[in-house]
Design a protein around this ligand. Structure first.
Ligand SMILES: Cc1cc2nc3c(=O)[nH]c(=O)nc-3n(C[C@H](O)[C@H](O)[C@H](O)COP(=O)(O)OP(=O)(O)OC[C@H]3O[C@@H](n4cnc5c(N)ncnc54)[C@H](O)[C@@H]3O)c2cc1C
Length: 326
């Protein structure tokens, strides 16, 4: 019988992503409510040492697939290792972060196991020994509670929504080695990963995101957005209008066809608030809009609004934010 909770513990360059710690922490909370144990699966090369960290956030058992062939992410190799861990653990609940990797991997694993998947959820509920999950729909205008007809219940968690538990030192996990994980003829092979901007905070993980829209007028002014983001120790995003115009790279795009972010603070500068943009940021905890048009739709979902010219407002905010942080 299905039992236990299993978390896919995503790592990059030998370190857990923030979303992984969120997923393990949430996995622990669910396992406690179900009165069961928590397993984590770590895949990569030279990653065996991460088992202890997974345990400190609540994992009782850690599956490790450690091989040079898994150094770079590949859907086939990682899906195989993930599915092998599921086959052994026979969990009732499976969690992964809805990161870029999680979004690629989870549907593949769900299809392999012939089970359902609720993606990008923002809340979990345990009732009568069963998990249900809340997922935003229609660009965050509606919330659906999803139940699972049969085990395991598989969900991916929207990054930055679930709190990270305080790590507990001295917990030792049971480590289960999944071996080398041999994949027959992988269909795609990642040969190299180029970091776009070293040292920059990943948009989906930042607790403050400042985004610029068409109101910034041109690429030469995007530095205003970046400076405000830097002043808060956050990340800079953009609307699709800005990306389509070639002013910034697509990796900055927030929205339906870009990234979904849920920071503590989202500052929209010169963004009108089209539904496709809201789809990517409406679950932010506090939304501040700066727009010279008082009728701009973005003000309808903003917690705080500044009606004004961003070229005057943004530098002043940046100055204040820098002063506060120093
Ligand atoms: C299938 C599909 C998918 C899409 N996916 C996305 C997506 O992922 N993300 C996304 O963002 N969009 C997406 N879009 C596009 C979306 O519909 C809008 O066109 C886009 O979000 C508009 O970007 P914007 O708000 O920057 O520009 P605009 O709508 O042109 O708004 C610019 C705003 O700047 C304000 N402004 C101008 N000058 C100043 C100033 N000096 N100071 C202050 N304010 C100023 C204006 O009042 C205006 O409100 C998608 C569209 C489709 C059809």
């Amino acid at each position: 019988m299905a039992n236990g909770v299993l978390v896919f513990a995503e790592q990059r360059d030998g370190a857990f992503k923030k979303g992984t710690l969120e997923a393990i922490s949430e996995g622990r909370r669910i396992a406690n409510q179900l009165g069961t144990n928590l397993s984590a699966v770590v895949v990569g090369s030279g990653v065996a040492g991460l088992a202890g960290e997974a345990a400190s956030y609540g994992a009782d058992v850690v599956y490790v697939a450690d091989s040079a062939a898994l150094a770079n992410y590949s859907t086939d190799g990682y899906a195989k290792a993930f599915a092998d861990a599921v086959a052994d653990a026979q969990p009732a609940v499976i969690l992964a972060s809805a990161s870029s990797m999680g979004r690629d991997l989870a549907p593949r694993v769900a299809a392999r196991l012939d089970i359902g998947l609720a993606s990008d959820i923002t809340e979990t509920k345990v009732e009568g020994g069963k998990l249900s999950a809340v997922r935003p729909m229609y660009a965050g205008k509606a919330f659906a509670t999803v139940e699972f007809n049969r085990a395991p219940a598989f969900v991916t968690l929207r990054p930055n929504v679930f709190p990270i538990a305080a790590p507990e030192a001295g917990r030792t996990p049971e480590v289960k080695n999944l071996g080398g994980v041999v994949v027959d003829g992988p269909q795609a092979k990642v040969t190299d990963i180029l970091a776009a901007a070293k040292g920059k905070i990943e948009l989906t993980e930042a607790s403050v995101v400042v985004s610029g829209g068409r109101g910034i007028k041109g690429p030469e002014n995007y530095h205003l957005i970046q400076s405000l983001a830097d002043a808060f120790g956050g990340a800079a995003g953009a609307s699709r209008a800005v990306v389509d115009a070639g002013w910034v790279d697509h990796s900055h795009q927030v929205g339906q066809t870009g990234k979904t972010v849920s920071p503590s603070l989202y500052i929209a500068c010169g963004i009108s608030g089209a539904i496709q943009h809201l789809a990517g940021m409406s679950s932010s905890k506090f939304i501040v809009a700066i727009n010279k048009d008082p009728e701009a739709p973005i003000f309808k979902i903003a917690d705080y609004g500044i009606v004004g010219d961003l070229f005057e407002v943004v530098p002043k905010l940046t100055e204040q934010a820098r002063a506060l942080r120093s």
